[in-house]
Design a protein around this ligand. Structure first.
Ligand code: NAD
Ligand code: 13P
Length: 357
């Protein structure tokens, strides 16, 4: 029996929580005649934690003490500091790093992965080139010449690490690959739905990080549920509109899945983008403003914000297309994160968007 060999590329909070789901299924599968091999190799961006290598700590304690402390991710996860070593022999690749690092990783992997491998991306973000945006799944597909599905959803890492009921959406192009990844990730408390809409799921997961910043501004200003709901509703509409405009195959229904409205709700209440945006407003109002980079370092202990970069990436698309005023919430968030507008502008975002031009 030839079993699938799974490799994880990334080892942050979500990568580790997702790896725990995969470790569970690979162990179960290997105990029977299942399709997955037990050991899952995980590429870890090596660093020292308390004077020891993080890979050594993970391999001894089965815990990523820096990025997902307190959670055992499984004794069949094997941490590897060498990227090529991690993917050697693998035919199922799971990408989960902050989006700003994926391009460089793909460059290193070009020509080095099994040509029959299949991939899935859990990364929320996009790259902008002169020709337009490139989603992370497209980046993987183009560079490695392999199929790449996506898994997106309302997936706050720590809660999934703690085995709380959660859902996710897998967007696929090749149905058998979608099914394979559902079997790899789904557990008794992690439900997976399949949608034949990679771009819709991935654009939803990417763009909600910008709306989460807006929700954090609202919280920092001390406004109530009406304002937050107004921002989330408008944000969902801008997400859907932009996704469908750039990728005409995107389906409306995708925005009602976990990757759409559910992820928006989870992130606008419990995510890191929300947290840091709230802190930005409080620092601003105290008269001692702090940059997003400083707040990220102070509040996230090495974890990475995606929303600020994504806001700039989205805005460059809107500028190239001349669509800024048609997306007033995105445009106002971008004005605030770049210091062109005060945080209070979020409460009048329709008129504020015109001022930040
Ligand atoms: P994280 O933010 O917790 O950790 C940052 C990771 O980046 C660490 O593993 C660190 O080692 C690594 N890193 C730092 N510098 C690097 C470099 N130069 N090259 C490569 N790696 C480097 O990571 P995460 O939470 O796993 O996030 C990965 C993706 O998953 C993001 O796109 C995020 O939006 C998405 N996501 C996160 C969550 C969550 O709750 N954390 C949930 C769903 C999706
Ligand atoms: P944050 O990066 O804002 O924590 O969002 C996590 C997430 O994507 C939950 O699904």
């Amino acid at each position: 029996l030839k079993r699938h060999q799974v490799a994880f590329i990334g080892s942050g909070a979500w990568a580790c929580a997702a790896a725990k789901l995969v470790a569970y299924n690979c162990k179960l599968s290997s105990e029977g005649t299942g399709e997955f091999a037990e050991a899952v190799r995980m590429w870890v961006y090596e660093e020292e934690v308390g004077g020891r290598k993080l890979t050594d700590i993970i391999n001894e304690t089965h815990e990523n003490v820096k990025y997902l402390p307190g959670i055992s991710i499984g004794d069949n996860i094997v941490a590897c500091p060498d990227l090529l070593d991690a993917v050697k022999d693998a035919d199922v690749l799971v990408f989960c790093t902050p989006h700003q690092f994926t391009r460089d990783i793909c460059r290193q992997l070009r020509g080095k992965v099994n040509p029959t491998a299949v991939a899935i991306s859990l990364t929320k973000g996009m790259r902008v080139r002169a020709e337009g945006p490139q989603l992370i799944s497209e980046l993987v597909r183009k560079n490695l010449n392999i199929d790449c599905s996506v898994l997106m959803g309302a997936n706050i890492a720590k809660d999934i690490g703690n085995e709380e009921l959660s859902e996710a959406t897998i967007g696929y192009a090749v149905p058998s690959n979608g099914e394979l990844f559902k079997r790899l990730f789904e557990t008794p408390n992690f439900y997976v739905q399949l949608v034949p809409d990679i771009a819709g799921a991935e654009m939803a997961g990417t763009l909600k990080n910008v709306v989460a910043l807006a929700a954090g501004f609202v919280d920092g200003l001390g406004k109530g549920p009406n304002t937050k709901a107004a921002i989330m509703r408008a944000g969902l509409n801008e997400m859907r509109s932009l996704a469908e405009r750039i990728y005409p195959t995107v389906r409306d229904e995708t925005f009602f899945e976990s990757c759409g409205v559910a992820d928006l709700i989870a992130t606008c209440y419990g995510g890191r983008n929300r947290l840091v945006a709230e802190a930005y407003v409080r620092a601003y109002q105290s008269g001692f403003p702090k940059s997003f980079d400083i707040l990220e370092a102070e509040l996230l202990a090495g974890q990475k914000l995606q929303g600020v970069l994504t806001s700039d990436e989205v805005q460059s698309i809107l500028q190239i297309k001349g669509w800024e005023t048609e997306y007033p919430l995105f445009t106002t968030v971008n004005g605030i994160v770049n210091g062109l507008l005060p945080p209070v502008a979020i409460t009048t975002y329709k008129s504020a968007a015109l001022q930040s031009q």
